[in-house]
Structures are given as structure tokens and as C-alpha cells.
Design a protein around this ligand. Structure first.
Ligand SMILES: Nc1nc2c([nH]c(=O)n2[C@H]2C[C@H](O)[C@@H](COP(=O)(O)OP(=O)(O)OP(=O)(O)O)O2)c(=O)[nH]1
Length: 322
């Protein structure tokens, strides 16, 4: 249900920093008792004051909380998040240079956590997309419908993977089972070679048989009552509205794709939602979301500033189309 303007909470701006040590461990701080989200682990930081920039707030907060001087930062992402009656916009920066040794100046516990272990720490909802951004790719490559010229298809996929893509959806909607199995065998081998994760669009049986991930259409998503694959295999879904996003989160999907952000050549009949509506839906859930629709690899920074994991697409990612 949509909130009316009267019950929309004021959006509180918060700045937080990702500090890493020489071995890539990330610094988390534990929220002290008697506060909102007490006991949760978070990225150090705090509320942005009136007339203060998020970077200035981060410097001030990390001096107060950790006793360090922040010398250089890079924007990582900005996450809009509603939880309970609160609404925040969490601006997260990588702290690339600082002076001093972080200490818990406010008696808060600190922990240096290996990147791969971050998900075992209970964190506020707004931090979950940030952890995903630290751990998972920013591009989700969706293949164009393969033609019968599979040699060419595989050559182009090889070229795309050589550019660094590590998350791939095989979208072969019109293929019969037998040739699709043959194509999938070759696609699996290619993805293995490039250490890329493969998901197949729509075909649960094949995902099982080939031990690959599954990408659900929005219709398939809404027909499910449980996550359809073992936890070690990724499951994603296409979403177009808040109901679908919430269902994907309730099922425990690994990530979703939400769009269309802009008008696209492939779906000219779909009305674009634009970034504002995209961001409002993003704020209601905390699972990682790729933005899709007329976007390409160059749009990752914009997508991250609206709370996206990154960008998904066909056209701008595929060698002969981009
Ligand atoms: N610092 C920080 N805050 C976060 C993160 N994730 C997240 O949801 N938050 C929320 C928790 C709080 O609602 C708000 C940060 O506020 P704060 O730490 O400056 O202030 P506080 O809760 O002590 O509140 P108050 O005493 O000022 O009322 O942002 C995070 O990673 N780091």
C-alpha cells in the first residue's frame, strides 16, 4: 500500500564508512544498548547534521567514534531504507586513506571482519545491500536469445566474459529441451573457465540437473511459496513492482532485477518507471537489486547512488549489440 505524504517519515541522512585493513578485513562497530537497532553491527558513522555534507559528517563521526582522521574517501553507494516508522538515506563511502588506529572511543565493540564473513554479523536492513555491493559483481549480463549459430553465440559470450563479467543469465526462451541442454553444457563449461556464475532463465529442472542458478520470471516468482533451489545455488527474479520485490525478499532470493528504469529498444511497450519510483521501491526492501532498462556498464555509479547493486542488461553488455 502507498503511504500518503502525511505519514511519510522525514528521511534522515546518515553517513557511514567502509574501512579495510591490509588483509582486506572490514571494520564493523556494534551499536550500543539503549539506541535504535542496539546490538546490531554497522559501518561506523552517524547522522548528517543540518548544513553538513555527508563527507564532512563522516569525518566528524569517525573522529568522535574511532579517533581517526579521514584523509580520503570514495563514494560506494547510497541506500534509501524504510524500517519500522523510520526512513534513512545511508550514504556509504570507502575510506581509502586515514591517519590513526581505530579505537572504540564510545565504548562500542569493534570487529575487523573478513569480507566473506560479513553476512554472519546481524546488521541493520540498510547495510545488507552495502554488504552485497562489497561482495558481489556490479554487472549482471543477460544473454540475447541465442540463434542456432551457437559457435558465434559462445564466441561472443567468451568475449563478454573476457571483459570481466562474472554473473551471467542464459536467456533462451524459445529453445526446445534437447538443443537447450547441448547449449547449456557448452555455456556451463565457458562460465567455469572464466569463474563466472551462471543462472538459467525459467528452467528449474535444468538448473537442478546442471547444478546452476535459476532466474525466475516475475510470473514464476509470484507462483512460488518457497525458494526453489538449494542455498548454494543462486536464485534471482525479474521484478516490476513492490509486491514482487517483497515476495522475492520473503522467499530469500539472492538478488533481483527491477525495471524498466528507462525506455528500452527491446521492450518499447513497457512504460519506464524512472529512478525516483525505482528508489522508492528499493527503500521498502533490503535485498540486492540490479537496475535494468536502457542501462549499461557506464551507469553503475548512478545506479549505486540510487541504492542498486549495479546494472543488468542485454544490449549494452553484449559485444555485437553494445
Ligand atoms: N552509523 C551507521 N548508522 C546506520 C547504519 N545502518 C543503519 O541503518 N544506520 C542507522 C541507525 C540509526 O538509525 C542511524 C544512525 O544514527 P546515529 O548512530 O548517528 O544515531 P543514534 O542511533 O545514536 O540516534 P540518536 O542518539 O542521535 O537519536 O542510521 C550504519 O551502517 N552505520
Amino acid at each position: 500500500m502507498r503511504r500518503s505524504p502525511l505519514d511519510t517519515p522525514r528521511i534522515v541522512p546518515v553517513a557511514a564508512g567502509v574501512l579495510t585493513d591490509a588483509s582486506g578485513r572490514v571494520l564493523l562497530a556494534r551499536r550500543t544498548s539503549g539506541r535504535d537497532l542496539a546490538g546490531a553491527w554497522e559501518f561506523p558513522g552517524g547522522k548528517v547534521e543540518r548544513n553538513e555534507s555527508p563527507e564532512a559528517a563522516l569525518k566528524r563521526e569517525l573522529k568522535e567514534e574511532l579517533g581517526i582522521d579521514v584523509l580520503a574517501t570514495e563514494p560506494l553507494m547510497s541506500v534509501p531504507q524504510h524500517h519500522g516508522s523510520k526512513a534513512i538515506k545511508l550514504d556509504v563511502f570507502r575510506v581509502t586513506k586515514y591517519a590513526g588506529q581505530p579505537r572504540g572511543m564510545e565504548n562500542q565493540a569493534l570487529a575487523w571482519v573478513p569480507n566473506g564473513k560479513l553476512t554472519s554479523y546481524p546488521m541493520p536492513p540498510a547495510d545488507l545491500p552495502v554488504v552485497a555491493a562489497l561482495q558481489k559483481p556490479a554487472h549482471y549480463l543477460i544473454t540475447p536469445e541465442p540463434t542456432t549459430d551457437t559457435t558465434r553465440f559462445l564466441r561472443e559470450l567468451d568475449a563478454a566474459l573476457s571483459r570481466g563479467h562474472r554473473l551471467v543469465q542464459l536467456r533462451a526462451k524459445t529453445w526446445q529441451e534437447k538443443p537447450l541442454k547441448a547449449l547449456l553444457t557448452l555455456t556451463v563449461a565457458l562460465c567455469k573457465k572464466h569463474k563466472a556464475q551462471l543462472l538459467i532463465n525459467g528452467q528449474l529442472g535444468l538448473a537442478h540437473d546442471f547444478d546452476v542458478g535459476l532466474h525466475l520470471t516475475s510470473e514464476q516468482l509470484m507462483g512460488l511459496h518457497a525458494r526453489p533451489l538449494a542455498a548454494r545455488l543462486p536464485v534471482s527474479a525479474s521484478c516490476h513492482n513492490l509486491e514482487q520485490l517483497k515476495h522475492a525478499q520473503a522467499l530469500g532470493l539472492d538478488f533481483v532485477v527491477l525495471g524498466s528504469v528507462n525506455k528500452t529498444a527491446s521492450h518499447p511497450d513497457v512504460a519506464p518507471m524512472g529512478w525516483k519510483a525505482w528508489q522508492e521501491m528499493r527503500a521498502e526492501v533490503s535485498l540486492p537489486i540490479f537496475a535494468i532498462g536502457g542501462l549499461g556498464p557506464d551507469d553503475v555509479a548512478t545506479a549505486r547512488q540510487h541504492g542498486a547493486q549495479g546494472v543488468a542488461g542485454i544490449r549494452a553488455f553484449w559485444p555485437s549489440l553494445g
